[in-house]
Design a protein around this ligand. Structure first.
Ligand code: BTN
Length: 254
């Protein structure tokens, strides 16, 4: 991996044939003082973790499992925006290496033919005054030929989408290069304001009807795009615009 890396994201790589979870390993390293921009990567995970306590399919020899340690000087409330920054970077990296043009499903899934190619899990250690570290975990379904039946309706891989095997180290390097570029823009602005238009351009939900499930219940509206904090703006039938912070968004028609 190191030989493909051009910038400073991933200049230090902690690689494992197999590890419990690259996010857990990155958190342990960060607790021990590992520097910002250190990358943990693995060929396989024994306990790959998804969002909402789900597991993440992580067999050897096929996919990308990586976690980047960052120590941004921003308020803890802004850390979740990094997930959207990472989504942009993964989308770009996939485009550069495979020629595919995947879309982003807000907030952070990368989707092709309506199925998920990549998941991102951001975790942080912080106190009121600031962030100790953030770990951005990225799982890309690269060379997987088939998925377990529980996820085969919702998951796809670069191999299944393009018919070609992808060189994983090159893809990792391309994602990290794009990540560094978008991250600098994010840090210099202090929010996503410089990335709204590029994000909305690739967001599959834009202009479409969405169903939002959140603790207050379920409602439908038309997704307009994100704002500078990464909230999804949803126009209700009566014209009211709601700001969706978190929750499960399901998009009809994809
Ligand atoms: C999701 O549920 O969509 C997020 C999945 C995140 C998976 C990646 S794989 C690398 C890193 N290590 C983990 O245990 N999870 C993330």
């Amino acid at each position: 991996i190191e030989s493909c890396i051009k910038g400073s994201f991933g200049r230090i790589v902690d690689f494992h044939e197999s590890i419990d979870s690259t996010n857990l390993r990155a958190r342990r390293l960060a607790e021990e003082g590992a520097g910002s921009e250190t990358l943990v990567a693995a060929d396989a995970q024994e306990a790959g973790r998804g969002r909402r306590g789900r597991s993440w399919v992580s067999p050897p020899g096929k996919n990308i499992f990586m976690s980047l340690i960052l120590r941004p000087d921003i308020l803890p409330a802004k850390a979740s925006m990094l997930t959207l920054v990472a989504a942009l970077a993964v989308r770009d990296g996939i485009g550069t290496i495979t020629g595919l043009d995947p879309v982003i499903k807000w907030p952070n899934d990368i989707v092709s033919s309506g199925k998920k190619l990549c998941g991102i899990l951001t975790e942080m250690s912080a106190e009121l005054e600031g962030i100790h570290y953030v770990v951005v975990g990225i799982g890309i379904n690269a060379n997987m030929e088939e998925f377990p039946s529980e996820v085969s309706d919702t998951a796809t891989s670069l191999l299944l989408e393009t018919g070609k095997k992808v060189a994983r180290s090159q893809l990792i390097a391309a994602v990290l290069e794009a990540f560094e570029h978008y991250y600098e823009e994010f840090i210099s602005q202090g929010d996503l304001s410089g990335l709204i238009s590029v994000y909305n351009k690739y967001m599959v939900n834009a202009g479409k009807e969405v169903r939002i499930l959140d603790p207050s219940g379920e409602y439908r509206g038309r997704a307009l795009g994100i704002n500078k904090t990464g909230e999804l703006l949803v126009e209700m039938p009566d014209g009211e615009v709601r700001h969706v912070i978190s929750g499960e968004v399901s998009v009809r028609g994809i």
